[in-house]
Structures are given as structure tokens and as C-alpha cells.
Design a protein around this ligand. Structure first.
Ligand code: XMP
Length: 515
């Protein structure tokens, strides 16, 4: 295993994923993790991430200096390298001119960390400060036009530092560097594979659960579906899956879900029809946060009632993923003043959002996986591609894509418009191009003309975005032909809609969903 100490970089998770791509297990830990705690984990290497700070900031995050005495190889990336240099007695300069973007690497020592990294390779830089003097025992591996120390090494102690970000895709040969560190410097074996994960997870689930019963709330998304397949493989009929139909799914989805699980894969799912009670709870409610809260509360109420009816259960299975459990580097503390800043944009609701005080013990077999790893596991267990590749869909579903009050009539309009979006995006082969592609219904009306008649109806917004993780997103440059077909079909086929518009806002400042 390798560990990544996170100093608040937006790329820490990406480093962990890149390491896992070499089939070596990696975890992200807070920079506050002590050398003792690290020793107990016995990692074969440590990576110090980048971060938004300067090592000169008053509240700059620092690692336990005992880390340098553990005898474990260390790779410092960007801020991580500067911190290494500072803690080991070198000097970091507050550069007058930062370096942002691509830079060509001039290699001074092509061995060791830079084996197979071609001279002149483009690497991605993003830094204000730079290393001025290397600590004792260090040698120069590479430089760039603007950065005299772009890569450095103390070969003897196996301490390495790079000013650039080998983990980002723009860094050509970045993976070669990572592989050198993982395989040759840390001596790791490529043993972290989907097959070994599945075998181990099944063993662990059986050992934990014994002959007890497990309840799983299925949403139809890739996480809970993979979880269902994995648990079913491990404990068979000791698993009860429950699907609560809030009435906010896309057209045909609840039916398809039941068909796939119950009929095709013979994994029994209890279907809970709760459409009317959710709609009633939203009557007259227009505030987005209030809508989200009510849906979340109602979900818990239904869940409690139904689990009592179907139970008793000892365990609740949850599709918690690795990004949910990564200890945050507390970057919501202002590094200059030490003040805490907490901002809540939206209250998320999903099937994992159940309160902690439920009388269940938890089974969370996916808690060590990233989303792309969950997809691989799902695939290896036979989960159909339509679920494996399904775009993210919010827990409150179409209810937060109908702005203002949610009514049965508006749900029908949006479901029909959304179906056309899905059909055309699929038919024209663009599904994999988008992170999400969906329709939003606005609570205003505008005038149009159809067949010489005046119309006065709702507009539908098309929201197509590209994203890596949903945290930031760009609006997709969807082909005009695709947009035209969708617009024509919606206006012609969906009663109640006479206008289609395209959202060209990125996130930030917009969010992906409209509520
Ligand atoms: P926003 O709208 O915040 O969405 O930019 C980011 C991503 O999260 C999804 N989303 C949710 N997922 N429960 C969920 O499980 C929710 O309440 C929820 N709200 C938004 C959204 O679809 C996007 O992928």
C-alpha cells in the first residue's frame, strides 16, 4: 500500500487513482497523520500532495517531521516537494513569477525516478514558490526554463520531489514517473485488481454478517446496484433489497429496474410504491431546500416503516464510496487567519443519506473504492452496461428538475421531455460524451405559434455537461443537429411545452442541477 498525505490539493484523489491504476492500493490521509500512525499502516511509500498554500503562510499545513526517519520512500509533489525541502534544511523561494500550465522538462539525470520519461516531455506546472537550494544529500534530476529545480532526489534515503504534477493528464509520461516510484523505488507488486477485490470483499462480508439478514435500499444507480450484486454473490437470500419508488424517477426506470433484478438476475427486490405520499408532502412547496428536506424526511419515514414490515434485519448495507470517507485536509480553514469557513450549497439526499441512529449495524463493502473502480467491480459481477454506465441521477430525482411546485402534471411533462433527450442522445451515439444530459422544466410560460395558433406553454431547459467528478463542470458543446432533433421532438411531442433552451453555464458559477 502507498499513502498520500493530503495538503488540500484538488489533485490528491487523482494521485490515489493514478497509483491504483498501477494496481497498487493507495489511500489518502490527512497531513496531520502522525509518523506513528503511518508506521502502523506499514506503507511501502508516502506521497506528499500539492496544496493551495505557500510554506511561508502562518497556518501552512506541515507533516510530522518524524516521517523523515521512518525509512520509507517519499515523493513530494509541488507543495509537498517544497515542504520536504524546507523541513530537510533546503530553501524555498517566494517566486516573483509563478509558472502555470505546460512546461518542457529538461532532464539532468535520466535514471531512477525519470527512467522512460523522455527529455523535453511536457509536464503540468502550477506553482508560485520554487525550490532555491536543495537540502543536503539531494541532487538535481530535471529543470525547466522557469524552474531550476523541477525534479530532485536524495537517492540514498529515497526522497524525491517534483515541482510539476505527474498525475494530471496533461503531463506526458507522468504515469511513467509514477510507475517508477511505485514499482522500482517503493518495490510494490501489482496486486490490487478487481478480481482480488471481489474475492476479498466476499470473504469479509461472509465473516462479518454470518447467518444474519441484511437490508439494502436500492436506488437503481451503479453504486447500490453493484452492492446488491456483490452482497447477493456473498450471502444469497440473506439479502433483502428494497426499492422505494418516490415517483421522481425517469420514465420507465422503476419498471426496468424491477425487470433487471427480479426477472433477469433473480435478485429479489421488494417494490415499495410511495408515489402519492411523496407528492402530497411537496404540495405547495416551492423552496428548493425545503423540497429536498421534505423528500429526505419522507424517505426515512417510508424506509423505517418498510424495514419494520420486512424485518427484522441486523445489518444495513450502504454504498459508501472512498471519496465519502477520505479524511478532509480541512481546507475549509483559512490558511492565513486560521478561521473556519463552512459553506453549504445544497442538502444532498440519496439512499445512503439515512440517519446514524437507525438500529442497524452497517456493511459498507465499497468504502475503499473510487467510482470508476465500482464500475469495474459491477461489470465483473455481470451488472448490465445500462446500469454500469448510467449517468449520475440525484436522489430527489425529477423533483429538483421541476422548478417551483412539483405536480403530477409537471412530472408527466418532464418525464416525456427527458425520455426524448435520453433517446436522441443514445440514438445519435453521444451518451458517453456527457457526464449528464437532462431536461429541466421551468415554472413560467411563454408565447409561441404552432399551426397558425398561438400557444402559451412551459419552456424546457436542456442541461448537458462534462465533468470529472461533479464538483466542477463545463457546459457541453453539444452538436447543433442533436440539439435540433431534441428541440423539434420535444415541442412536437410533449404537450405543454412550446420552447426549448440550452444552458451554457459552467459550474461554478452555476450548479449542475437547477435546484
Ligand atoms: P450540483 O447540482 O450540486 O450536483 O452541481 C453535483 C452532482 O450531484 C448530483 N446531485 C445529487 N446526488 N443526491 C444525490 O445523490 C442529491 O441530493 C443530489 N443533488 C445533486 C447532481 O446530479 C450532480 O451529478
Amino acid at each position: 500500500m502507498l499513502i498520500i498525505l493530503d495538503f488540500g490539493s484538488q489533485y490528491s484523489e487523482l494521485i490515489a487513482r493514478r497509483i491504483r491504476e498501477t494496481q497498487v492500493y493507495s489511500e489518502v490521509l490527512s497531513y496531520r497523520t502522525t509518523a506513528d500512525q503511518i508506521r502502523q499502516l506499514s506503507p511501502k511509500g508516502i506521497i506528499l500532495s500539492g496544496g493551495p498554500n505557500s510554506v511561508y503562510d502562518d497556518y501552512a499545513p506541515v507533516c510530522d517531521p518524524e516521517i523523515w526517519n521512518l525509512g520509507i520512500p517519499v515523493l513530494g509533489v509541488c507543495y509537498g516537494m517544497q515542504l520536504m525541502v524546507q523541513q530537510l534544511g533546503g530553501q524555498v523561494d517566494r517566486a516573483e513569477r509563478g509558472e502555470y500550465g505546460k512546461a518542457a522538462l529538461v532532464i539532468d539525470d535520466p535514471t531512477d525516478l525519470l527512467t522512460n520519461v523522455e527529455p523535453g516531455s511536457t509536464m503540468w506546472m502550477s506553482h508560485g514558490d520554487s525550490v532555491k537550494t536543495m537540502p543536503e544529500g539531494f541532487e538535481l534530476l530535471a529543470h525547466t526554463d522557469n524552474t531550476p529545480c523541477a525534479a530532485i532526489a536524495d537517492h540514498q534515503r529515497k526522497f524525491y520531489g517534483v515541482q510539476f504534477h505527474p498525475e494530471v493528464v496533461h503531463s506526458v509520461h507522468g504515469m511513467a514517473l509514477i510507475r517508477n516510484f511505485v514499482y522500482h523505488i517503493c518495490d510494490c507488486e501489482p496486486t490490487w485488481t478487481t478480481e482480488t477485490f471481489v474475492e476479498e470483499a466476499i470473504r469479509e462480508i461472509r465473516a462479518r454478517v454470518g447467518d444474519k439478514r441484511v437490508l439494502l435500499a436500492l436506488s437503481g444507480g451503479v453504486d447500490s446496484s453493484t452492492l446488491a450484486f456483490l452482497l447477493h454473490r456473498a450471502i444469497g437470500d440473506q439479502l433483502t433489497c428494497m426499492f422505494i419508488d418516490q415517483g421522481f424517477m425517469r420514465k420507465g426506470e422503476p419498471e426496468r429496474l424491477m425487470e433487471v433484478f427480479n426477472e433477469k438476475f433473480k435478485i429479489h427486490v421488494e417494490y415499495i410504491q410511495a408515489r402519492d405520499r411523496f407528492l402530497q408532502r411537496l404540495e405547495g412547496i416551492t423552496d428548493p431546500e425545503e423540497k429536498r428536506k421534505r423528500i429526505g424526511h419522507e424517505f426515512i419515514r417510508v424506509f423505517e416503516e418498510e424495514s419494520r414490515r420486512l424485518g427484522p434485519f441486523d445489518y444495513l448495507a450502504q454504498g459508501t464510496l472512498y471519496p465519502d470517507v477520505i479524511e478532509s485536509a480541512d481546507t475549509n480553514v483559512d490558511p492565513k487567519t486560521g478561521e473556519r469557513v463552512a459553506v453549504k450549497i445544497k442538502s444532498h439526499h440519496n439512499v445512503g443519506g439515512l440517519p446514524k441512529d437507525l438500529q442497524f449495524k452497517l456493511v459498507e463493502p465499497l468504502r475503499r473504492l473510487f467510482k470508476d473502480e465500482v464500475r469495474q467491480v459491477g461489470r465483473s459481477l455481470g451488472l448490465p452496461e445500462e446500469i454500469v454506465k448510467r449517468h449520475p441521477f440525484p436522489g430527489p430525482g425529477l423533483a429538483i428538475r421541476i422548478l417551483g411546485e412539483v405536480t403530477a402534471e409537471k412530472l408527466n411533462i418532464l418525464r416525456d421531455a427527458d425520455l426524448i433527450v435520453r433517446q436522441e442522445v443514445n440514438r445519435q451515439g453521444y451518451y458517453d460524451e456527457f457526464w449528464q444530459a437532462f431536461a429541466v422544466l421551468l415554472p413560467v410560460k411563454s408565447v409561441g405559434v404552432m399551426g397558425d395558433k398561438r400557444t402559451y406553454a412551459y419552456p424546457v431547459v436542456l442541461r448537458f455537461v462534462s465533468s470529472e467528478d461533479g464538483m466542477t463542470a463545463d457546459w457541453s458543446r453539444a452538436p447543433y443537429d442533436l440539439l435540433e432533433t431534441i428541440s423539434n421532438r420535444i415541442v412536437n411531442e410533449v404537450k405543454g411545452v412550446n420552447r426549448v433552451v440550452y444552458d451554457i453555464t459552467s459550474k461554478p458559477p452555476g450548479t449542475i442541477e437547477w435546484e
